[in-house]
Design a protein around this ligand. Structure first.
Ligand code: ADP
Ligand code: TYD
Length: 207
């Protein structure tokens, strides 16, 4: 489809994805690349509006089925307006979360709807990241980091610690079944050490 390179970060809430996505974007720019750093849900004006519906309010506000449709409405807008145009310009796109979040949060942990997610993905998106960094870490420590931010976007954190443990297992399983594109990264380390490993893996794709 494109000349660019598409990278995603995944993992439980507070695992350090946003921090690592930012550091990687900076490092790749230092290497002379043009990088678009984006996120989900969001990443385009319309998708950012949908984001507010998803990350704010009561945990029971939406059923898993409704969530899947809202995340995919946002994702479709995100690829149309932000991701595909940048890849067609030959740029590197780094997204903080993408479809693997829906596969694990809605498809495996909130409900057993993985097939539905994969069907919608095939029809509405039709491509995967070139490389996905799944940051794995202890949910107790990650949840403490996440809630400490107090951003008002804590709807998913409020599902609780047991939910985060199940997410961690879901992401680990995905890293195995999608091993050709997913790298499982140990997030229980110093930020800089994690960043060095991720940069090394990203640069491998660029040679
Ligand atoms: P996520 O995007 O996965 O929710 P963030 O990157 O926002 O995670 O990190 C959550 C919090 O943890 C932030 O306050 C961040 O500064 C801190 N943090 C991120 N990575 C690490 C790390 N390796 N060690 C300690 N703290 C970290
Ligand atoms: P995000 O802002 O990345 O949260 P955090 O920085 O805490 O990791 O994402 C918002 C929440 O939306 C997060 O709890 C995960 C959830 N989410 C899904 O449940 N499904 C999805 O498809 C996506 C993209 C996110």
């Amino acid at each position: 489809m494109s000349k660019g390179i598409f990278l995603s970060f995944e993992g439980i809430d507070g695992s350090g994805k946003s921090s690592q996505a930012k550091i990687l974007a900076r490092s790749l720019r230092d290497h002379g690349h043009t990088v678009v750093l984006t996120r989900e849900p969001g990443g385009s004006p319309g998708a950012e509006e949908i984001r507010k519906l998803l990350v704010e309010g009561e945990p029971g506000r939406w059923s898993p089925e409704t969530e899947i449709l809202l995340f995919y409405a946002a994702r479709r807008d995100h690829i149309e307006r932000t991701i595909i145009p940048a890849l067609e310009r030959g740029e590197i796109v780094i997204t903080d979360r993408f479809a693997d979040s829906t596969r694990v949060y809605q498809g495996a942990v909130r409900s057993d709807l993985r097939e539905t997610v994969d069907d919608i993905h095939a029809r509405m998106i039709g491509f995967e990241p070139d490389r996905t960094f799944i940051i794995d870490m202890d949910p107790d420590a990650a949840l403490a980091r996440g809630l400490a931010r107090n951003s008002g976007e804590d709807r998913f954190e409020e599902f609780g610690l047991e939910f985060q443990h199940r997410l961690r297992e879901g992401f680990k399983e995905l890293a195995q079944t999608e091993a050709h594109r997913c790298a499982l990264i140990d997030g229980n380390r110093e930020i800089d050490e994690i960043a060095r490993e991720i940069l090394r893996l990203a640069l491998e794709l660029l040679v």
